[in-house]
Design a protein around this ligand. Structure first.
Ligand code: AVJ
Length: 321
């Protein structure tokens, strides 16, 4: 490629832009328009997602942290002693810290995230709070199995994957992801997983269609990002946020609905929308203890223990590999 810059930083940037551009054009020119949900989580999107987590309607974050604080000693006990903890998509490492603090002499903590700023800030915070713990941050995309690296020591390892992040993946994708996690592990290692449970669809739909319109802003930020980074001309007012529970697929789907027949230009490519046509932007899969057990078994894990809240809205599961 003759136009490729020799400046490595610039290359990284333009590679990222062209990957984004390629995925956007591919998604919006396919018969059912769709966009990969990972692009919702740029800096602006991640900030809006933090606001979602504070909403009364969004029970997930609150419920998971309740389950953690009520069961911290039991969870730490299940993880065992002298453990290396690996956290794919760790972000600010806020959830791991209290767990590491109560675990019996954890050996090493390996947080993996694509955002270096947040990760490196968290590293120094944890090293100060928990002297003696080795922290080895990895900057990378946890959906690539190689980002997890290879096991180098004999001690027990546990993959920590909270937050219902697994919900973003279809059944097939989730199995592939967990198998990828397993490729680092050996028999007797473990997985601590947070999943959102199947429940009344009214509660589910409210969580993704809050009346403060924060989730709407989160969804529409993707169009704004395309406008900004790919020179698009989406009219944000000509699209509506839509979220519904699909009982057969056991997932909440998030879409953007075109409110009229319209043409959008992205980087010189024309995209036509019919009135009512949607862009599918995110999936959030919900599990029962049975479907979770099947998923885990398919990926080579054996569930050992579940912790849940009194309404059974959310579950943490510890599984052996
Ligand atoms: C980050 C995938 C756990 O599915 O609940 C929240 C994302 N999207 N509201 C979820 C999300 C809209 C969230 N996860």
């Amino acid at each position: 490629n003759a136009s490729l810059s020799t400046d490595p930083e610039e290359n990284g940037h333009s590679e990222a832009v062209s990957e984004f551009s390629r995925d956007v054009i591919r998604g919006l020119t396919s018969p059912r328009k769709t966009l990969p949900c990972k692009y919702l989580y740029d800096e602006a999107g991640s900030l809006i997602f933090e606001q979602i987590c504070e909403l009364d309607d969004y029970y997930l974050t609150r419920t998971e942290s309740e389950i953690f604080s009520k069961n911290l000693p039991a969870i730490a006990e299940a993880l065992g002693r002298d453990v290396t903890m690996i956290e794919p998509g760790a972000g600010n490492c806020e959830k791991a810290q209290p767990l590491l603090a109560i675990m019996d002499t954890p050996r090493c903590y390996i947080p993996i995230d694509i955002s270096p700023e947040i990760l490196l800030a968290a590293e120094s915070r944890i090293e100060t709070a928990l002297p003696g713990l080795q922290v080895q941050p990895v900057i990378g995309d946890f959906t690539m199995p190689e980002s997890l690296g290879e096991k180098t020591a004999e001690n027990k390892e546990v993959i920590f994957f909270p937050g219902s992040t697994i919900g973003n993946f279809t059944w097939e994708q989730a199995r592939t992801l967990l198998q990828g996690f397993g490729s680092r592990l050996s028999a007797g290692d473990g997985l601590l997983l947070g999943v959102d449970l199947v429940k009344d669809s009214v509660i589910l739909e409210r969580a993704y269609h809050d009346d403060q319109h924060v989730t709407e802003a989160f969804n529409k930020n993707l169009l704004q990002r395309i406008n900004r980074e790919l020179n698009g001309d989406f009219d944000l007012d000509a699209f509506a946020h839509k979220a519904f529970y699909h009982p057969l697929r056991q997932r909440v789907e998030m879409h953007l609905v075109s409110l009229k027949s319209q043409r959008v230009n992205i980087d010189g490519v024309q995209i036509d929308f019919e009135e009512g046509e949607t862009i599918h932007t995110e999936n959030s899969h919900k599990y029962t203890l049975e479907t979770l057990e099947t998923l885990l078994a398919d990926a080579g894990f054996h569930p050992q223990q579940y912790w849940t809240d009194k309404n059974k809205h959310y579950a943490l599961c510890y599984a052996d590999f």
